[in-house]
Ligand binder design. Structure first.
Ligand SMILES: Nc1nc2c(c(=O)[nH]1)N[C@H]1C(S)=C(S)[C@@H](COP(=O)(O)OP(=O)(O)OC[C@H]3O[C@@H](n4cnc5c(=O)[nH]c(N)nc54)[C@H](O)[C@@H]3O)O[C@H]1N2
Ligand SMILES: Nc1nc2c(c(=O)[nH]1)N[C@H]1C(S)=C(S)[C@@H](COP(=O)(O)OP(=O)(O)OC[C@H]3O[C@@H](n4cnc5c(=O)[nH]c(N)nc54)[C@H](O)[C@@H]3O)O[C@H]1N2
Ligand code: SF4
Ligand SMILES: [Mo]
Length: 757
C-alpha cells in the first residue's frame, strides 16, 4: 500500500496508525515495523495542530507485547471469579457462547441477556459496535443508561441549554482574559490532544488562570496563577456564593439575562433565601466549602469583570452524589455574566465542540411535539421498544440520554442482577455479555459487583488481558488490539480531526477482533449475515460515507489523519446570541433555562428547577462522617486509561499508584510517606501505599481509579481499586457518585515478620 514508507536506516516500514483508548485523546502513532514487529513509535511530526501521543501511547509496545496478553480462548474450571481456566479451541468457545445465548433466550427471553459494552476501544468499528448489532439481531438485550464520564454534566447541559454542543474549540482560549479550571486537569486527562498547548499559550497571552480543585493537580501546578482547594461535593455552594456576590454588587449582565434567559428571578430568590431563609453569602459558603469568603468574593468579582472569561466546569465535580446541581450552577454563572456565545467566553455544560454528526443549526424543541409521557419510546432494540420514559428523565428533549425506562442505570447494574424485577428493575438478568469493559473494576461498589457476577448463569468476556472482570467469566475470548486491525477514530470531545488506524502487525497468538468474533457467532445464532459479511474496509467506507467532513477516504488512510481546518474558532451559541429571533436555544422555552420548567414538572425536591447546593448521605456533614471522616476522590490517573495500561512497566516508572493524604490527616494516624495503609468503609477495604503530600487538602484522600481489583482471602483489595469503596447510588439526574464516598484510613496491619522485629 502507498501508506507504507520505508526508512532506509532501520530497514523498517512506517505504518501510520494511532492510539484510541478512552483516555481524553485519540492520537497519531507512526509504527516502525520490522519483520512483523513494531520496534519503535513516533507521533505526529506534521503540520500544526499536532495530534501528539502522550506517554501512554508512546509506551504502547509494552502493552502490545506484554507477556500477560490473552493468547487463546479459555473456559472456566474453578469457581467463578477464582481465575482458574483451561485452554479450548475457538470452535468450542463460540459453540459454548452460542449455546448459552440460545438457552437463555429460550428459557427467559431476550431481556435476561445483559449487554455491557465498555469504553476500551474508541474506534468506530472495533470494540462493542459489532457485538451490539449481533445481539440486537438476535432479538435484543437489556442495557444500561448513564455514562460515568459525564452523566451529571449532560443532564445539566440538556436542562439548561437543550443540547450537549456547548463547547468552544481550544484555540478560542486565546480570546479569554481569565480561565477557571474548575475540577479540570487536562495536563493528565488530555481532553483532546492539543488542549494543554492552548492553555499554555493562553497563559503566555496573559490570561489569569485559576484552578479550583481539592488537589493541586499537574494542571494547577503547570498553568495556574492560583489554586483554590475546595471540599469535594461543595462546588454548588461556592458557585451560588459567587452568584450572590455578582447579583448583590450589580455585576451581572442585565441585558444578556433579559434577552437570552428565563428564570433569573427564581434563582435570585434562592440566592436571597426567600424560601429557605438562608442568604447564599460567601460567609455561608466558607463554612461549607472551606474556601475563605474573601477568596470567593475576589474570584466572583474577577470573573464577572474580566470578560470574556472561560469557566471550564470539569466533569470530576459532576461525578458526585448531586453532580448535576454543580454543573447547572456553573452554567448559570456563565449565563448571568453574559459569557455565553462570545469568543473567549464559555458556557459550561457538556462542552462538546465539534462533531460531524451534529453540525448545522440547533433547532428549538417543540414542547407539544415531543414524547407523550403515557406513550412508549420506539427503539430498534426489541427488548426496549415501546417502554415508557423514566420519571426523572428529560424525555421532552431529544439528543440527550435515552429516556427509556427499559434501561438500568449503570451504577445499579450489580443491584439489578441481584434483585431483578422483584427489586423494581425492568428485567431478571441471567447472563452478561461483556465487551471492552472492565466493569467489575470500573462500576462503583466492586464487592457488590463480584457478588452479582457470581449470581449469573453465564458470563462471556471479550478481552485482551485477564482483568478483574475477565476472571469472572465462564468463557474468555482473546481480542486483538488496535495495532492488529484497522479502524477510524473520531476525536474525543471536539477537536476537528479524525485518525485512521492502519493495521500495523498481524493479530498476535490466537486473538481476533470483536468483529471477527461476531462474524463467527452470527451463523451459530442464525442471525442476518449482511453486516457480518462485509470487510473492515467496506464497513469503514460505509461509516465514512455518512460523514460530510471526510472528503477523501484514501488520503486519510494514507496519512493516518485528517485535520479539518476551520475558518474560525468554534464558539458555542454564537448564532443564538447574535440573532436570537432567528436562532432560539434548543430548549423548550427557546432561551437559556436558569429555571427549567421541565425540571419543575418532575416535582422532585432533589431536582429543583433552579440549581441548588444539596447534601447527601455520604457528604462531609452526614452522620456517617463520624465513622468515616475522610472524603474519597477517585481521579483519573496519568499512567493509565481507566484500568487499561495497568502493569505497563514504563508507565509505572512514571508514577506509583498511591493514596494522596495530607500530613494533617496522616500524622494523627501515625502514617508516614510510603507506609502501607488501609482505606475502608462499609463497602470494602483496600490496601495501598500512602503518598503523604500537601498537594491534597486536609480531610480528603485520593485514590486514582483503575488499579486492578484483587481481593485476598479476607476480602481486602490488595490491588487498590477505588471502586471497592465507592457508592453505587446515582444522583436523581443520573450523575455517578464516584467522588462522594466517605472513608476512614489506618495503617495496614503489620505483617507477622514486622511484628516480631
Ligand atoms: N490519563 C487519563 N486521561 C483520561 C482518562 C484516564 O483514565 N486517564 N479518562 C478519560 C475519560 S473517559 C474521562 S470521562 C475524562 C475524565 O476527566 P475528568 O472528569 O476531568 O477527570 P478526573 O480526574 O476524574 O477529575 C478532574 C478533577 O476533578 C477533581 N475533583 C473531583 N471531585 C471534585 C469536586 O467535588 N470538586 C472539585 N472542584 N474538583 C473535584 C479531581 O481532583 C480532578 O483533579 O478523562 C479522560 N482522560
Ligand atoms: N471510581 C471511579 N470509577 C470510574 C471513574 C472514576 O472517575 N472513578 N471513571 C469512569 C469513567 S469516566 C469511565 S469512561 C469508565 C471506563 O471503564 P471501562 O469502560 O471499563 O474502561 P477500562 O477500564 O479502560 O476497560 C476497558 C477494557 O477494554 C479492553 N479493551 C481495549 N480495547 C479493546 C477492544 O478493542 N476490544 C475488547 N473486547 N476489549 C478491549 C481493555 O483491555 C480494558 O480491560 O470508568 C469509570 N469508572
Ligand atoms: S492514551 Fe490517549 S492521549 Fe495518550 S496517546 Fe493514547 S489516545 Fe492519545
Ligand atoms: Mo469516561
Amino acid at each position: 500500500m502507498t501508506y507504507l514508507q520505508p526508512t532506509p536506516e532501520s530497514g523498517a516500514t512506517i505504518v501510520n496508525t494511532g492510539c484510541c483508548h478512552d483516555c481524553g485523546g485519540r492520537c497519531l502513532l507512526k509504527a516502525h515495523v520490522r519483520d512483523g514487529r513494531i520496534i519503535r513509535f513516533e507521533s505526529d511530526t506534521g503540520a500544526a495542530p499536532q495530534i501528539r501521543a502522550c506517554a501512554r501511547g508512546r509506551a504502547y509496545r509494552q502493552r502490545l507485547y506484554s507477556s500477560e496478553r490473552l493468547h487463546y480462548p479459555m473456559r472456566r474450571v474453578g469457581a467463578r471469579g477464582e481465575g482458574k481456566f483451561e485452554r479450548i479451541t475457538w470452535d468450542q468457545a463460540l459453540d459454548a457462547v452460542a449455546e448459552q445465548l440460545q438457552r437463555i433466550k429460550g428459557a427467559y427471553g431476550n431481556s435476561a441477556i445483559l449487554y455491557l459494552p465498555g469504553a476500551g476501544n474508541q474506534g468506530m468499528l472495533h470494540g462493542p459496535t459489532a457485538p451490539g448489532m449481533l445481539l440486537q439481531q438476535f432479538g435484543g438485550f437489556t442495557r444500561y443508561w448513564g455514562v460515568p464520564s459525564y452523566e451529571g454534566a449532560l443532564f445539566a447541559s440538556m436542562a439548561t441549554y437543550g443540547t450537549i454542543r456547548t463547547g468552544h474549540s481550544r484555540d478560542d482560549l486565546m480570546n479569554s482574559r481569565m480561565i477557571l479550571l474548575w475540577g479540570w486537569n487536562p495536563a493528565n486527562t488530555i481532553w483532546d490532544p492539543e488542549t494543554s498547548l492552548w492553555v499554555a499559550k493562553a497563559r503566555e497571552n496573559g490570561a489569569r488562570i485559576v484552578a479550583v480543585d481539592p488537589r493541586y493537580t499537574d494542571s494547577a501546578a503547570t498553568f495556574a496563577d492560583q489554586w483554590i482547594p475546595i471540599r469535594p461535593g461543595t462546588d454548588g455552594a461556592m458557585l451560588a456564593a459567587m452568584a450572590y456576590v455578582i447579583v448583590n454588587e450589580g455585576l451581572y449582565d442585565k441585558a444578556f439575562i433579559e434577552k437570552h434567559t428565563v428564570g433569573f428571578e427564581s434563582y435570585k430568590a434562592y440566592l436571597l433565601g426567600t424560601d429557605d431563609g438562608t442568604l447564599k453569602t460567601p460567609v455561608w459558603a466558607e463554612a461549607i466549602t472551606r474556601v475563605p469568603a474573601a477568596t470567593i468574593v475576589e474570584l466572583a468579582r474577577a470573573y464577572a469583570t474580566h470578560k470574556p472569561a472561560a469557566l471550564i466546569a470539569g466533569w470530576g465535580p459532576a461525578r458526585t452524589a448531586m453532580g448535576e446541581q454543580y454543573s447547572r450552577a456553573a452554567a448559570v454563572l456563565c449565563a448571568i455574566t453574559g459569557n455565553i456565545g462570545i469568543p473567549g467566553g464559555y458556557a459550561g455544560g457538556f462542552m462538546r465542540a465539534y462533531s460531524s454528526r451534529e453540525t448545522g443549526h440547533l433547532v428549538k424543541k417543540d414542547p407539544n411535539a415531543t414524547i407523550d409521557k403515557s406513550k412508549g419510546i420506539p427503539s430498534a432494540n426489541p427488548v426496549e421498544n415501546g417502554a415508557l420514559p423514566r420519571p426523572d428523565s428529560l424525555f421532552k428533549l431529544s439528543g440527550g440520554t435515552n429516556a427509556t425506562s427499559a434501561r438500568i442505570h449503570q451504577s445499579r447494574i450489580w443491584d439489578a442482577i441481584l434483585r431483578g424485577r422483584a427489586g423494581g428493575y425492568p428485567a431478571d438478568l441471567k447472563m452478561a455479555y461483556i465487551v471492552a469493559s472492565n466493569c467489575l473494576n470500573q462500576y462503583p461498589n466492586s464487592n457488590r459487583g463480584a457478588r452479582a457476577l457470581r449470581a449469573l448463569e453465564f458470563v462471556v468476556v471479550h478481552e485482551q488481558f485477564m482483568t478483574a472482570t475477565a476472571r469472572f467469566a465462564d468463557i474468555v475470548l482473546p481480542v486483538n488490539t488496535f495495532m492488529e486491525r484497522s479502524d477510524i477514530a473520531p476525536p474525543w470531545l471536539g477537536s476537528p480531526y479524525y485518525i485512521y488506524l492502519n493495521k500495523a502487525v498481524d493479530s498476535l497468538y490466537e486473538s481476533k477482533s470483536d468483529l471477527e468474533i461476531c462474524r463467527a457467532l452470527a451463523p451459530r445464532l442464525g442471525v442476518g449475515q449482511d453486516f457480518f459479511t462485509l470487510s473492515e474496509d467496506q464497513i469503514l467506507r460505509m461509516f465514512v460515507s455518512r460523514r460530510k467532513d471526510i472528503p477523501d477516504y484514501e488520503a486519510m488512510q494514507r496519512d493516518g489523519v485528517l485535520k479539518i481546518q476551520l475558518p474560525e474558532p468554534i464558539v458555542a451559541f454564537k448564532e443564538q446570541i447574535a440573532a436570537p429571533e432567528r436562532h432560539p436555544f434548543p430548549t423548550l422555552s427557546g432561551k437559556i433555562e436558569i429555571a427549567c420548567d421541565h425540571l419543575a414538572e418532575m416535582n422532585n425536591p432533589r431536582i429543583p428547577a433552579v440549581p441548588k447546593y444539596l447534601g447527601h448521605e455520604e457528604h462531609y456533614d452526614a452522620p456517617l462522617a463520624r465513622k468515616y471522616p475522610l472524603q474519597l476522590l477517585t481521579a483519573h490517573s496519568k499512567i493509565r486509561t481507566h484500568s487499561t495500561l495497568e502493569r505497563v512497566p514504563w508507565l509505572q516508572d512514571l508514577e506509583t499508584q498511591g493514596a494522596w493524604i495530607h500530613p494533617a490527616d496522616a500524622d494523627p494516624r501515625n502514617i508516614d510517606d510510603g507506609d502501607l495503609i488501609d482505606i475502608f468503609n462499609h463497602r470494602g477495604r483496600i490496601r495501598i501505599t500512602a503518598k503523604v503530600t500537601e498537594r491534597i487538602m486536609p480531610g480528603v484522600v485520593n485514590v486514582c481509579q483503575g488499579a486492578w481489583y484483587t481481593p485476598d482471602a479476607d476480602g481486602v483489595d490488595l490491588g487498590g481499586c477505588a471502586n471497592t469503596l465507592t457508592n453505587d447510588h446515582p444522583s436523581p439526574g443520573g450523575a455517578f457518585p464516584m467522588n462522594s464516598a466517605l472513608v476512614q484510613v489506618e495503617r495496614a496491619p503489620q505483617r507477622p515478620e514486622e511484628k516480631k522485629a
